[in-house]
Design a protein around this ligand. Structure first.
Ligand code: CA2
Length: 167
C-alpha cells in the first residue's frame, strides 16, 4: 500500500472559521478525513500533519525522507517566502505536490510567486478542497491522470510549475 503524507502550513487550522468566500466552509479536519477516504479508495494510506511553525514543518519533511511515496503540501503563506521550506522539499527523496485552495495567481501580487513550487513535481491551485484530491491523483497517476488525458485547458488551477519546476 502506498503511503502519502498530507501537510498543511500556517493558519490552515483556521479553515471553516473565517473567509469562506476564499477558502470554503470546510474545516481542516473535514478536508483531512475526505482526503484519507479518497486515498483509501485508491489504495493509499495517509498521515496528516499541520503546523503554524516553519521549523516543525521542516522537521516533518526531513522525517518523511525514505518513508513516504508522496506528499501533498499546502504551505500556506510560507509558499511566498520560505526558502528554508523550498530547500527541505528539494532535499528529501519524496515527490511533493503543492496545493492551494485559492487561485494564488489571481490574488494579491505577493501571492503570485511560489518559492516552493520549483522544488515540487506539480502545483494545483484554485480548485478548493477538490484540489487536494487532484494532487493525490497526480502523485498516484502522474500529471496526465488515470486515463492518460491531459489537464483541461479551462483549469488553470491545476498545472505544473513553470519551466524548471520539475526535478
Ligand atoms: O489558497 C491557499 O490554500 C493558501 O495556501 C492559503 C494561505 C495563503 O496564505 C496562501 O497565499 C494561499 C492562507 C491560509 C489562511 O487560512 C485561513 C483560513 C481561515 C480563515 C483565515 C485564514
Amino acid at each position: 500500500m502506498k503511503k502519502i503524507l498530507l501537510m498543511n502550513g500556517p493558519n490552515l487550522n483556521m479553515l471553516g472559521v473565517r473567509d469562506p468566500a476564499i477558502y470554503g466552509t470546510d474545516t481542516l479536519a473535514t478536508i483531512e478525513a475526505e482526503f484519507a477516504a479518497y486515498a483509501a479508495e485508491r489504495g493509499a494510506a495517509v498521515d496528516c500533519f499541520q503546523s503554524n511553525h516553519e521549523g516543525a514543518l521542516i522537521d516533518r519533511l526531513h522525517e518523511a525522507h525514505g518513508c513516504y511515496d508522496g506528499i501533498v503540501y499546502n504551505p500556506g503563506a510560507h509558499t511566498h517566502y520560505s526558502y528554508a521550506l523550498h530547500d527541505a522539499v528539494e532535499t528529501i527523496d519524496v515527490p511533493v505536490v503543492e496545493i492551494h485552495l485559492s487561485d494564488i495567481e489571481a490574488r494579491e501580487e505577493f501571492r503570485r510567486v511560489s518559492v516552493i513550487a520549483p522544488a515540487c513535481i506539480a502545483q494545483v491551485k484554485g480548485l478548493g478542497k477538490a484540489g487536494y484530491l487532484r494532487a493525490l491523483d497526480i502523485l498516484l497517476d502522474g500529471p496526465a491522470g488515470k486515463d492518460g488525458a491531459s489537464e483541461a485547458a479551462s483549469a488553470p488551477a491545476a498545472e505544473g510549475p513553470a519551466a524548471g519546476g520539475a526535478r
